[in-house]
Design a protein. Sequence first.
Length: 84
Amino acid sequence: MQQRFRDYLQKPLGDQKLTSITRTMIARALSELEKAGKAPATVKLVRALASGIFGKAIEWGYLESNPAQGVKVAGRTVSRDCAD
């Protein structure tokens, strides 16, 4: 998770105040990952990471709402399960 934060979230969001990060900023960061050709699964994991970070901030009393909530990610995740 730390690597995912460093690789995908630190540059677009890391210098921002927690309370100044908006849903639009998160959507833009995820859109940039999609445009860069990252797999849909990777983009979804980065979105889940952002949501988890903001969820903790709410739990600890730093925020009142989660700006990552409701941000949609395009594409579908390919299952790696093997069929008989």
